[in-house]
Design a protein around this ligand. Structure first.
Ligand code: FES
Ligand SMILES: [Fe+2]
Length: 394
């Protein structure tokens, strides 16, 4: 149980809030690159409580700027993308990707007025067909993490852009250290729906749930693992929560990274990046920007359809409320991971406030290598074997 002050401290993401400042020290997914096309090179995005415009310029570069023009506030969404920036449709002020005002067609060029304008703008990097943005102080910008599933070319990539999650980001992240939720929420639900493809482990008893804090030079997080009774085999390959807002998870077809980007205090955009390695290690034949698919979690009537994991998870997270009221919860032994994650988040907020180093941010070019999330141990894991074990125990 948390006090109201603690709950606010950990959940609020707007500019100037403690968790918002911490989150701004990390790179966040803002879109799948394939969402921007020649016909539609602009997308409005709201990230960490800020209304922004993401665009692709005519040379293929990306920009992320405040949506409202610094002149008199018209939306740049209706602006013109040009070779090197975006031009406001109202009076034609033009900004480059750094937010520098490079043209003011109706001002005296001698006045130097444009040089006084700094439009809010954030750096964007593309990796594996995802667009990442950094919204913190320029001098604290870490190197962007080169996750293996994004970097590797020997697999098919796809991005699921989920229906907006109408609740705070922390609810989604607490779920990533909540291994007991998979039984009823996912497996039981799918089994009752007659889904033959339901995930295993429905009847198995856990003997142990392990959580381990991992601190690497270029990423940090909590590694979790379920061990089943009478069968010293881990229930699954380890899949870490990556601090502060990512889940890495093995799936039937390969691997997935779930990026939970806070839109604001009460909304979150989930991107599920999928990587299916080719059998023989050959380079997959696919476009540079993998395709994206919109994943609906609700029916037209607004009810969760619960037909897949994303809908089931979103149901559980959203129905906890826009910001879960942690002043009246009752945490048990099974919630150890959640307590551990909150502690880590609190510690990192304090570290930021004290000017100490943060975990999972890398400034050292010598360490700027591919981050290996896929380990050899993952090959040993098989859904079929897990299901066999379940059949024995049922
Ligand atoms: S409001 Fe954008 S140029 Fe005037
Ligand atoms: Fe889940």
């Amino acid at each position: 149980m948390l006090s109201q002050e603690e709950n606010d401290l950990l959940t609020r993401v707007g500019p100037g809030t403690p968790a918002g400042q911490l989150l701004r020290r990390y790179w966040h997914v803002v879109a799948a690159a394939s969402e921007l096309t020649d016909e539609k090179p602009k997308k409005r995005v709201r990230i960490l409580g800020e209304n922004l415009l993401l665009y692709r310029n005519r040379r293929g570069g990306y920009g992320l700027v405040a949506e409202r023009c610094s002149h008199r506030g018209a939306s740049l969404y209706y602006g013109f993308t040009e070779d090197d920036g975006i031009r406001c449709a109202y009076h034609g002020w033009k900004y480059d990707a750094c937010g520098k005002c490079v043209e003011q067609p109706f001002e005296n060029p001698e006045s130097g007025f444009k040089d006084k304008i700094q439009h809010p703008a954030y750096p964007v990097e593309k990796l594996g067909g995802l667009l990442f943005a950094y919204m913190g102080p320029a001098d604290k910008k870490p190197l962007w993490p080169k996750w293996d599933v994004l970097v590797r070319l020997d697999g098919v990539k796809k991005v699921d852009v989920c229906e907006v999650l109408e609740c705070n980001w922390l609810q989604a992240m607490e779920n990533s250290v909540d291994p007991t939720h998979t039984y009823y929420l996912h497996s039981h639900t799918l089994k009752l729906k007659g889904d033959k493809d339901y995930v295993p482990f429905h009847y198995q008893q856990l003997s142990k749930i392990d959580f381990e804090l991992v601190i690497q030079p270029s990423w940090a997080g909590i590694q979790k693992q379920r061990i089943f009774a009478g069968d010293d085999v881990p229930a699954e390959a380890p899949h870490p929560l990556i601090f502060p807002n990512i889940l890495f998870v093995p799936v039937r077809t390969g691997y997935a990274m779930h990026f939970r980007t806070p839109i604001d205090d009460a909304n979150t955009q989930v991107f599920q990046f999928r990587f299916s390695p080719t059998k023989d290690g050959r380079i997959a034949d696919q476009p540079e920007d993998p395709p994206f698919e919109f994943v609906a979690t609700k029916n037209d009537d607004g009810e969760f359809h619960l037909n897949h994991f994303a809908s089931q998870d979103h149901m559980a997270w959203e129905t906890q409320g826009p910001i879960a009221d942690r002043t009246c919860e009752h945490l048990g032994e099974g919630d150890r991971g959640i307590i551990m994650f909150r502690k880590l988040l609190r510690e990192q907020i304090s570290a930021l406030q004290n000017g100490d180093n943060l975990i999972g941010v890398n400034f050292d070019p010598a360490q700027d290598e591919m981050i290996q999330l896929i380990h050899a141990g993952y090959d040993a894991y098989s859904f079929a074997a897990a299901r066999e074990r379940e059949a024995k125990l049922a």
